[in-house]
Design a binder for this molecule. Structure first.
Ligand SMILES: [Zn+2]
Length: 113
């Protein structure tokens, strides 16, 4: 499962950061997930619940922030919000579009004790 390996990766990043600060546990983590990142929110939320078991994040409060996808059309230069990964310009029906935001997947912040 794609989301599970992402979740394990998030846990690793958070634990490394906590260790750098000599923390023993992590009380909270904030994740930013772009709507165009290809990540299924429900799947990631479920994967996080199992990935945190027996880690420093076991009792951490996990907050998910979803970033709306944005795209720009290279033909008519209009910006729009694509509703899926294969973006089509709603103004001129062009497929020549560039996703400008919403592809990110990152750990925004962690709270340590
Ligand atoms: Zn267009």
């Amino acid at each position: 499962m794609h989301e599970f390996s992402i979740a394990v990766n998030i846990v690793e990043i958070a634990e490394e950061t906590a260790k750098l600060h000599h923390a023993e546990k992590i009380s909270g983590i904030v994740l930013e997930i772009g709507e165009a990142s290809g990540i299924v929110p429900e799947a990631l939320e479920m994967a996080m619940q199992s990935a945190v078991k027996n880690t420093m994040l076991e009792n951490a409060k996990i907050t998910f922030i979803y970033i709306p996808a944005k795209a720009i059309c290279n033909d008519c230069n209009k910006e729009f919000n694509p509703d899926n990964l294969i973006a089509v310009c709603p103004h001129c029906s062009s497929f020549n579009v560039t996703i400008t935001s919403g592809k990110e997947m990152r750990v925004k912040s962690i709270e340590i004790d």
